[in-house]
Design a protein around this ligand. Structure first.
Ligand code: NAP
Length: 302
């Protein structure tokens, strides 16, 4: 049973274009309409036949939708929602894919006070952006966390959960503030660390930039993938999830200082115990099917 018949995707970048492709692949009878604020993106989306229809205005894209999904940077959610508010059918469900949820719930409910708003976050992505970066299998076996506001209609929540199940995702519901704390440590902090370490390496004076790049296989290159992520998206995530990120950063700094002390005082046992614990976490990630089990992520070493 299909949860929706007419889906509108607002923002046709990596995530929006992946949703459009995944709906076509998994629910071929569902009509997909797309809109993006960028005329060039609309042009590309039309050329690659991403959706059944691409409209020139946000209002026209939602006029007969039963699900509208906002796939724009979290700082643009409120303005994007306001841009179609007057044309939204009363019974349509509005959802989104933003990487933080409390600020998005606030922005969407303020822009659309009478709409049914059920936010969600597919925990899946790559470091690429734009309509040509998306692919239909992006959500396969990845988690999608649905964060209903207090008092949300259970039937509306179930339809959004079913939509993501049909795209191949595993689903979970969570309170928006809890989501933001969990993602602060599993996603936002790792991105901040990657941005820092790649920036530090490129600013070093005694090691040349070409040496950093040449010997990057020592671990650095895995940080460079994360640090290549979209600057607009991540600027917005850190500003929107400020409190949780600063909290996790404080904990991280304390743990880093403890490791620094262990190195300074030659406490090998402390280092060994910590590294043994972290190795077990990597094993659990693989057992859960959340990463490639092959050594070095399956890179060829021929
Ligand atoms: P993206 O590839 O940069 O695409 C976003 C698109 O939205 C761009 O084409 C952008 O146009 C357009 N846009 C911006 N403001 C708009 C507005 N008011 N109305 C209509 N379109 C607008 O970004 P993405 O990676 O797909 O990320 C989209 C959302 O998904 C973000 O909220 C992000 O937090 C979330 N998310 C991302 C990932 C990931 O790994 N990338 C994973 C999970 C969730 P311009 O470029 O002209 O601004």
């Amino acid at each position: 049973m299909l949860p929706f018949a007419r889906v509108t995707v607002i923002g046709l970048g990596l995530i929006g274009s992946s949703i459009a492709r995944a709906v076509k692949a998994h629910m071929p009878t569902v009509r997909v309409t797309g809109y993006d604020a960028d005329a060039q993106v609309r042009e590309i989306a039309t050329r690659i036949q991403l959706c059944d229809d691409i409209t020139d205005t946000p209002g026209a894209s939602v006029i007969d939708a039963d699900l509208v999904i906002l796939c724009v940077p979290v700082g643009a959610m409120g303005a994007a929602a306001a841009s179609f508010a007057d044309d939204l059918p009363a019974d349509a469900i509005v959802s989104d894919v933003g990487s933080c949820k409390e600020s998005v719930v606030t922005a969407l409910t303020a822009a659309l006070p009478n709409a049914i708003v059920i936010p969600a976050h597919p925990v899946a992505g790559t470091e690429n952006s734009g309509p040509e970066a998306g692919f239909a299998s992006l959500f396969h076996n990845r988690w999608c966390i649905v964060t209903p506001p207090e008092g949300a209609q259970p039937f509306a929540v179930e339809r959004v959960l079913e939509f993501w199940r049909q795209l191949g995702a595993q689903v979970e519901t969570m309170a928006p503030d809890h989501h933001d704390r969990v993602l602060a440590v599993t996603s936002h902090l790792p991105h901040l660390i990657a941005y820092t370490i790649v920036g530090t390496a490129s600013d070093l004076e005694e090691v040349t930039r070409s040496e950093v790049i040449k010997y990057s296989a020592g671990g650095f290159r895995d940080f460079t993938r994360i640090a290549a992520s979209d600057p607009t998206m991540w600027r917005d995530v850190f500003l929107a999830n400020k409190d949780a990120v600063l909290d996790m950063l404080q904990r991280f700094s304390e743990d880093l200082s403890a490791l620094q002390r262990a190195i300074r005082w030659g406490k090998g046992d402390e280092l060994f115990d910590r590294f043994t614990e972290t190795r077990a976490i990597r094993r659990s990630v693989i057992e859960e099917g959340q990463d490639d089990s092959r050594p070095d992520f399956g890179r060829s070493h021929d």
